[in-house]
Design a protein around this ligand. Sequence first.
Ligand code: IFL
Length: 446
Amino acid sequence: MKKVKAIAATCASAMVLGMFSTQATAAADVAADKKFVSAKNTHFMRQGQTYYIVGANFWYGAYLGKPDAATERARLHKELDNLKAMGVNNLRVLAVSEKTEMTSAVKPATTQAPGQYDENLLLGLDYLLAEIAKRDMTVVLYLNNFWQWSGGMTQYMNWFEGSKALDPNVTGDYEDFMFQTARFYQNKDAQKEYQNTIKKIVTRVNTITGQAYSNDASILSWQLANEPRPGNSKATAQEKTIYTAWVNDTAKYIHGLDKNHMVSSGSEGLMGSANDQQLYLDAHKSPYIDYMTYHLWPKNWSWFDSKKPVETWDGAMVKCKDYLNSHIDFAKKLHKPIVLEEFGMDRDGATFDVKATTHVRDRFYTEVFSLLYRRAKAGDAIAGFNFWAWNGSGRAGHADYWWKTGDDFLGDPPQEEQGLYGVFDSDVTTILLIKETAGKMHALQK
Ligand code: IFL
């Protein structure tokens, strides 16, 4: 209980002292070329120092910033202040969504139809960026999604081909969904429209700060998509070649629009690369990809059964540690930094109930944090992590935990039950673990 009060006190005192705005002013004084986060060898640099990401996934940040939702903006301030007080210095956010008929997707969406954008959501992104800058945090903005919860590549295919990809939440057939969705990389019209949207976002001028996005130092990188995959588990050599070319060409296109920011892929690593090490390395060795990304999902990948935690824990941890270590070593090989930009575990008893304990999750976070910290301290190619995801003060609205229009946004997106993996502001033990790790990671900065 004492610890809960300590977090609240940290948040409150930080706000009272105006800590966030003072830091933002200081950052503005830094020489222009140093204000942007950049990759130097296997680390990130910012303002002349190494920069470690202790981050949260916060896909819905721009939704909370929309001007037609004053209560949501108040929630946004609170979430950002709480994250800041936990030591979180980076957010991973969805920049653009596509309107779709698929049931397990968010509404409204940024792109209503090709070339038609919902300005309200773009204003929401402007607002979010302004609030992030005030708190001296950074953000990774992803520009598409392999999964259907924001429309994503499937919706592009719907527009230009009449998608054959059916909502896997309805069909249960993920293999077919992935095969169909990956056809996006080779559809010329879809690619043209995707590039138009990228240009629209990357070259935007923030209506609140008056600053061009390309000149906003709080943007850490543009990301091609959330979890782009070359195809399904049986992706062919041709599909892999097309995917690698798409990564390179899209990253090159973004660098052509914006000389200041890094570009990243959003890849899960081996598990999102048809388990093909060469493919993962080929996609990330592009000179236009500034750093590497990977994700860790022991339950999604059937390494861990949360209904049999005792029986499956040890085996799962062996695989998790091997996955973490081998990706850090891949980064060394390519001589680039790497970010573990998603990982998660469900609540005890595999329930979505906010009141359920999180002992297993905390144990999992502890394992991940200690391995990353140990290797970061040893100087290995680690740029940091983003946990999945921040639910904050949001709560599920229904007994079945599925999001419906008008419900709170949570870190768990609409394709999954609300409460599955996200961290609530009442998850004190998890929050304290994050805070403690943040302190250690930030102390490595030199
Ligand atoms: O919600 C999922 C999200 O789409 C993602 N990776 C895994 C998350 C949890 O299943 O990007």
